[in-house]
Design a protein around this ligand. Structure first.
Ligand SMILES: [Zn+2]
Length: 175
C-alpha cells in the first residue's frame, strides 16, 4: 500500500461531464473518470491519449481483477480503424492503475505508428522484428513482448502523479 500518494475521485460527478476521448474508450464509467483524471494530472498520459486520438487506433480499456497489472490485445482491423483492447487490474490503487493504463496506451501508440500491424500475428512479428524483449506472461503464459519506451512510460507517469519514483516492488505490465 502506497498511502503517501492516495488519489481520490472527489470530483467524479463533474469529471463525468467532460467529453471522453473518441479513440480511448471504456464501457466502465469509473475507468473513464480515472483516465480523465490521469490526463489532468499527467502530461505524459495526456499526450498519449492525444496521439491515439489523431491515429486510426481505437483503444477499449476494460476492467479485470487479480491480474496485477495490464496487457494489450489486438482485436480487429477494419476500414474504419484498428481496434485493440487493454485490460487493467482495477484493484490497483489509483496511481498504479494510471501508470499501468499509460504503459498500455504507449503500446497502443507503438501500434498506431506501425500500420503493418493488422492482427495478432503481425503484432507479434512487429515486436519480434525490432528485438523487443520476449517473455511468457498472462494467465495462459503465452508469449508477450515488452518495450523500453513502455517501461519508461510507467515510471514517468507514476512520478508525474506521485512526485516520486515507482516503488521498488514495481508494476507488472504485459503488452
Ligand atoms: Zn508492456
Amino acid at each position: 500500500m502506497h498511502a503517501a500518494c492516495a488519489l481520490t475521485l472527489l470530483l467524479a460527478a463533474a469529471l463525468s461531464a467532460l467529453p471522453t476521448s473518441a479513440h480511448v474508450r471504456s464501457t466502465d464509467r469509473r475507468l473513464i473518470d480515472w483516465i480523465q483524471e490521469g490526463r489532468r494530472r499527467s502530461p505524459t498520459l495526456g499526450t498519449l491519449v492525444d496521439v491515439i486520438e489523431a491515429s486510426d487506433v481505437f483503444v477499449y480499456v476494460e476492467p479485470a481483477r487479480r491480474i496485477g497489472g495490464g496487457y494489450l490485445q489486438f482485436v480487429d482491423a477494419t476500414p474504419h480503424g484498428r481496434y485493440v483492447r487493454v485490460t487493467v487490474d482495477v484493484e490497483l490503487d489509483a496511481p498504479h492503475l494510471l501508470a499501468v493504463i499509460a504503459h498500455e496506451l504507449r503500446h497502443a501508440v507503438e501500434i498506431a505508428e506501425a500500420p503493418a500491424i493488422v492482427d495478432a500475428m503481425s503484432l507479434e512479428s512487429y515486436y519480434a522484428g525490432f528485438g523487443a524483449r520476449r517473455r511468457r506472461c498472462g494467465r495462459d503464459r503465452t508469449a508477450c513482448y515488452e518495450t523500453a519506451a513502455a517501461m519508461q512510460t510507467t515510471a514517468l507517469v507514476f512520478r508525474e502523479i506521485c512526485g516520486r519514483s515507482v516503488p521498488p516492488d514495481g508494476l507488472r505490465t504485459d503488452p
